[in-house]
Design a protein. Structure first.
Length: 94
């Protein structure tokens, strides 16, 4: 965006939001494997919000599943279970 510094912004479309979603998911995975779980969580939560904004239940389930994995790793099994049950409910309705 060479013109962004002039106050010009390209209109955002669905592809931009999907790209942002995927970028947050990819960053979350990379950070997870580096053991940077809190930062990974922030990226997964951003991806979750984007998926909700798009009303994309499949992507919402994917983000929610990764959030559940983090809580499981942290030993927060009840929170992880809540996330996993939400994922199951989404997949059941799809």
């Amino acid at each position: 965006m060479a013109l962004a510094h002039l106050g010009w912004h390209q209109p955002r479309g669905l592809g931009d939001d999907l790209g942002r979603y995927q970028a947050h998911m990819d960053m979350g995975v990379a950070l997870y494997y580096q053991g940077r779980y809190k930062t990974a969580l922030r990226h997964y939560e951003s991806a979750l919000q984007i998926s909700r904004d798009l009303e994309d239940r499949r992507r919402e389930a994917n983000a929610r599943n990764n959030i559940g994995v983090l809580y499981f790793v942290w030993g927060e099994h009840n929170i992880a279970l809540e996330d996993y049950l939400k994922v199951l409910a989404i997949h059941t309705e799809l």
